[in-house]
Design a protein around this ligand. Structure first.
Ligand SMILES: [Zn+2]
Length: 242
């Protein structure tokens, strides 16, 4: 057993686990990483635009330790008190924890392809879940100091869009430039690199952007929607604000 992958600083922790038997079990794991048992938010993330809470970053609701159900239907929540924690379930989409130092606020998002798809007009600044999250995190903050951790997601090679019908899904990313794909013909969309590029564009320093380097399709203890037989399985990503 090699899981979980844990990234931890004095300010926050992100822990990536493979599939867990229940939401209650995930809440217990959050406590192991420093979560206040009374302030854990289980998030049902939106896998696409038809799902409830798509691209919404909400204030967290906190369920009891015995609640085997979700507390928010959203693509992100904002954590503001030490001990606050949020849990996301993903099967290959990146999740990102962004900490703003002066406010000690942690914004935790699920950032799959639909939410990362730019919705701005061509030539306008990129507008997607990362733009929304960053703007919300630094709103009203003078000289924001942001650091970020991106948890394991599907790598470009395992995220090909080389079929004709997949083209509409990826053409909006062309405006980001060659950063978006490792190979445009294969349509190997690089979700992690897109997020990093956006954070750098927003002014986050390169040394303050971290990731685990894990591909959900290549890491045996993680599940990946495209390659796994069990389409219901989800990895568990826990963020805790210290
Ligand atoms: Zn891979």
């Amino acid at each position: 057993m090699t899981e979980p992958y844990v990234f931890s600083t004095s300010k926050y922790t992100v822990a990536l686990y493979g599939p867990q038997p229940s939401i209650i079990k995930a809440r217990e794991l959050a406590v192991v990483h420093g979560a206040n048992p009374d302030r854990i938010c289980a998030i049902k993330a939106a896998s696409n635009a038809t799902c409830r809470g798509f691209k919404e970053i909400q204030a967290p609701n906190f369920g009891s330790m015995a609640k085997n159900d979700f507390d928010n239907y959203a693509d992100g929540v904002t954590l503001t008190k030490p001990g606050d924690s949020a849990i996301l379930w993903t099967a290959g989409c990146p999740s990102d924890a962004m900490l703003e130092h002066s406010t000690n606020t942690l914004l935790f998002t699920h950032s799959g392809r639909p939410a990362l798809t730019p919705k701005n007009d061509l030539g306008e600044p990129i507008n997607n879940i990362i733009t929304l999250a960053y703007q919300q995190l630094v709103f009203g903050v003078k000289n924001p100091q942001v650091e970020a951790f991106i948890a394991g997601c599907v790598c470009p090679e395992h995220f090909r869009h080389d079929k004709l019908e997949a083209q509409p899904l990826i053409t909006p990313f062309d405006q980001i430039g060659e950063v978006a794909f490792t190979n445009r013909i294969k349509g190997t969309l690089d979700l992690k690199r897109i997020i990093i590029w956006q954070l750098l564009e927003a002014g986050v320093l390169p040394q303050n952007i971290h990731h685990d380097g894990l591909c959900t399709a290549e890491t045996p203890w993680l599940t990946d929607y495209r390659t796994s037989k069990n389409k219901e399985a989800r990895n568990v990503v826990i963020a805790v604000l210290h």
